[in-house]
Design a protein around this ligand. Structure first.
Ligand code: EPU
Length: 434
């Protein structure tokens, strides 16, 4: 299993370019199921979750070409024939976002068999809200042998009110609604930029959608969708992670190719800690810090609040801030797996229910640590970049699920990081879902 070896202490200087958003690319790839024509996506990040989704679509009979490098991270998907509308457990268990195919499969094929995702490292993560919505649209859903089977000759538009805000739930039902008969009114929807990105692709495919990006979405169902070409948004979580990397190392970093408008809560919080952040035009943010940081509390919320996907990275920064920072996690019940590893590196953190109390500044010292999930891994990389000595991060396959060539990007701006590769390959059961 690959490890990262990181020697801390270098300020990050220079420019880093942000890749496309994994959490936009995943639903957009699933949206290709909705048409017989070809869908071309650009700016698709080269990360393991995208490869998993490719395998998922191919296992259902789709043709998927992933082209990187000179092909500009372009993916072409043709779901001309869907011979096997099944999302198999072997794939779903390694990536929970696989349940995103449920809505489009039933809308296109009238039938879907999707393995129930289990829990994952960060919480239970049920999909009951996806199921309730599809049932309201007329689907019959049964559950047997760990699989959901959904059937509907043609879904019918409905009035859906989400009991709780869910990102992939909003995306799944949006994809179901675009081919349903009549109008669907969705309330209490997720407002994340990834929902807007998906809606932009669906609209380019001929869907009639109003209000994506707000909490009320109205969809007028159409008979069929056609192929389209779409460019995926920059990854706001990767961008936020690099902003913290610049700040935590006392560096001067240009984060290019990002969308500053999607980073409002993170930028505001960094400014509160005393970090200098300047927006330099439509796609570049400059971050500068001089090593002195002030404590500031965060509380994770749905967009446009502070993202849960940045909580672990922010906590690494908070360990170095002067004073007490309260980090409250409101979205997932178990997203503090990084705490014990940060403590092993010298951080002073106490967890009380859904709040972590971080006292700083700590002097972080290098250690051998274990990555438990994608964003926890990012938090440990950030801590290792400032720790005294050489840290070894185990299980970096978690990082590879969502960060494209992170070690190359970090090395490019002055970090001392190398990958010790292929010591042995992870066993499948070690690749937990996220
Ligand atoms: N929830 C339910 N029932 C449902 C769906 C969700 O109770 O049917 C609960 C969840 O258990 C959770 C909360 O609602 O407590 C919010 O979950 P949500 O459905 O919004 O999460 P998700 O759609 O499964 C996406 C991202 C996550 C990100 C969350 C929150 C993708 C593929 N994943 O997950 O990204 O943390 O939204 O913003 O878009 C990551 O990239 O590291 C990651 C975990």
């Amino acid at each position: 299993m690959d490890k990262f070896v990181i020697r801390g202490g270098n300020p990050l200087l220079g420019t880093v370019r942000i890749s496309g958003a994994k959490n936009s690319a995943l639903p957009c790839m699933a949206a290709a199921i909705l048409t017989e024509d070809e869908v071309t996506l650009e700016n698709v990040p080269q990360v393991r979750d995208i490869e998993t989704e490719r395998r998922l679509l191919v296992s259902m009979g789709a043709e998927v070409e992933l082209g990187y490098g000179r092909a500009q991270h372009r993916t072409t998907i043709s779901c001309h024939s869907l011979s096997d509308p099944v999302a198999k457990y072997e794939i779903v268990k390694t990536m929970r976002a696989s349940s995103l195919v449920l809505g489009p499969l039933i809308a296109r094929a009238g039938i879907a068999r999707v393995a129930m995702p289990g829990g994952c490292a960060i919480g239970g993560r049920p999909i009951d809200l996806h199921i309730k919505g599809l049932e309201k649209m007329g689907a019959t859903i049964t559950q047997e042998h760990g699989y959901l089977e959904a059937r509907a000759e043609r879904l019918k538009g409905a009035h859906l009110v989400f009991e709780r805000i869910t990102v992939t739930g909003t995306e799944d039902l949006l994809m179901a609604a675009v081919l349903a008969e009549g109008e669907t009114l969705m309330e209490n929807c997720a407002r994340e930029p990834e929902v807007q990105d998906l809606a932009a692709l669906l609209t380019a495919m001929g869907a009639k959608i109003k209000g994506a990006g707000t909490s009320t979405i109205r969809v007028q169902g159409v008979q069929r969708l056609h192929g389209a070409r779409h460019r995926i948004n920059p990854d706001r979580i990767e961008a936020g992670t690099f902003l913290i990397a610049g700040a935590i190392t006392g560096g001067d970093l240009m984060v290019a190719n990002c969308n500053p408008a999607h980073l409002g809560a993170v930028i505001a919080k960094l400014q509160e800690t005393g970090v200098r952040v300047d927006i330099l035009g439509p796609d570049t943010v400059r971050v500068r810090a001089d090593g002195r940081l002030r404590a500031a509390d965060i509380s994770t919320e749905e967009y446009p609040g502070f993202p849960t996907d940045m909580q672990a990275q922010y906590m690494a920064l908070a360990t170095l801030s002067e004073g007490v920072s309260a980090v409250k996690e409101n979205i997932f019940e178990n997203r503090f797996m990084h705490v014990q590893e940060l403590v092993r590196m010298g951080a002073n953190i106490k967890v009380d229910g859904s709040t972590a109390i971080v006292r700083g500044p700590a002097r972080l010292s290098a250690a051998a640590v274990m990555c438990s999930d994608l964003r926890a891994s990012a938090s440990l990389v950030l801590a290792a970049l400032v720790a005294d000595g050489e840290s070894i991060l185990d299980r970096v396959y978690h990082m590879d699920r969502g960060y494209e060539r992170i070690e190359e990007k970090l090395r490019g701006v002055g970090a001392q990081i190398r990958r010790m590769g292929n010591i042995f390959t992870p066993k499948e059961e070690e690749l937990v879902a996220g």
